[in-house]
Design a protein around this ligand. Structure first.
Ligand code: SAM
Length: 378
């Protein structure tokens, strides 16, 4: 009996491992299949293989979260094709439902193919759902999809929650919001301010935050989830943000169009700012926010942005005691070195943090990533 339970527990864990990789759309060729699971899939007992195939289907393409918030259609097809090919190559009977789902996806309507969803399972109670563009660059911006550095930074934060707990955090260039949602929903900061400057990015960022903090994706997962939010304000145009903080009206402190969303969630303040790096040195609101930790992922890619980005860093780090964590993908070593050198000329020190292999989240590390702790030299 004990052995049977252990066997089914092992199968459950192995299937969950595939589910996590599928939901976050890990490249099909890079999906890590546990040898035990493959052994059961190719099992000489047809019943056992059918059971495994059924479980895989239920936890991937037929998962309720996938039905409601689908990953890229081409990804789903490639995943199914990979399983079918594996089985056929081993002369194993293929579950009819696998063929049926594959054919129905092939012939079905392609809904909103310009965007797709990815789901990042952090633990049994937190899954982050991100809607993003299917193109790396669209509407003239890189901010409509999640980049590897966002995953690197999110994974590092999830493993170093103690540095972020009860901290006031500001994120620069948040893009789709992946890093910030992982941190704000899992690491218990006292406040988390997302920011960006591109209108389409800001709009996608806000809808991703609402999707996750209101638990729309959790109801699909079947979790018992309560919306812990206390207050939400979404602001547009000239709408007045009338929130009183420490005796100040925020409208006194900032341009009204700067705060786009403000929400309390699990006792943490979550907000979205329209914050071009250019205005950081003159923003009273940023001074008032007084962040203790600043997060930034994949912002070092365009030489023409270096002056404004480094000045923003310098202003934030010299004005107050805080630390900045900058995650980069090393596409070009020279470009990255040039930025780190520029920071030195501004009396900012960038030291490299040890990056462990992906731990909570799944992502490719084919292109190396680096994480810097940047602080003011005093
Ligand atoms: C490569 S994307 C990275 C997005 C996200 N951090 C990630 O890693 O997935 C760069 C982001 O910086 C934002 N950005 C670029 N120039 C900016 C500026 N001057 N002020 C504020 N944000 C800017 C873009 O809109 C975009 O969202």
């Amino acid at each position: 009996m004990v052995e049977v339970l252990e066997e089914s527990e092992l199968l459950r864990r192995n299937v969950i491992c595939i589910k996590k990789q599928f939901l976050s759309t890990t490249c099909v060729k890079k999906i890590h299949w546990q040898s035990n699971l493959l052994h059961e899939l190719y099992s000489s007992s047809s019943n056992r293989s059918m059971l495994v195939q059924k479980l895989l289907l239920e936890n991937t393409v037929n998962h309720p979260l996938v039905k409601k918030f689908p990953p890229k259609l081409s990804y789903q097809l490639a995943f199914l094709k990979d399983i079918i090919t594996k089985l056929e190559r081993h002369g194993q009977e293929v579950l009819e439902a696998l063929y049926i789902v594959y054919c129905s996806l092939l012939s079905g309507p392609t809904i909103d193919s310009s965007c797709h969803y990815r789901h990042f399972v952090i633990d049994h109670s937190v899954t982050i759902t991100i809607r993003e563009s299917s193109k790396l660059i669209s509407q003239g911006t890189t901010g409509l999809c999640s980049w590897q550095a966002a995953l690197t930074l999110a994974d590092w934060c999830l493993c170093n929650c103690e540095l972020l707990r009860n901290r006031r955090i500001l994120e620069l260039g948040s893009g789709t919001g992946l890093t910030g949602l992982c941190v704000s929903l899992h690491c218990k900061p006292s406040s988390y301010w997302f920011s960006d400057c591109h209108p389409a990015v800001l709009s996608m960022l806000q809808s991703n935050i609402m999707l996750n903090v209101t638990g729309q994706n959790k109801h699909v997962l079947g979790d018992s989830h309560e919306d812990n939010s206390v207050v939400t304000h979404t602001c547009s145009g000239d709408e007045n943000v009338s929130l009183a903080c420490d005796g100040h009206e925020w409208t006194e402190l900032c341009d009204r169009s700067q705060i786009l969303l403000w929400k309390m969630c699990n006792n943490a303040e979550i907000g979205v700012l329209n914050l071009p790096w250019e205005i950081i040195p003159t923003s009273d609101f940023v001074t008032w926010l007084s962040p203790e930790v600043i997060l930034a992922a994949d912002l070092v890619y365009d030489l023409s942005l270096f002056p404004v980005l480094s000045q923003a860093f310098s202003h934030l780090l010299h004005k107050r005691s805080c630390v900045l964590f900058l995650a980069c993908t090393v596409r070009n070593e020279e470009t990255l070195d040039a930025f780190i050198q520029l920071l030195r000329t501004m009396n900012l020190e960038a030291t490299e943090e040890n990056l462990s292999p992906p731990s909570v989240l799944y992502y490719s590390t084919d292109v190396p990533g680096k994480l810097y702790r940047v602080s003011a030299i005093r």
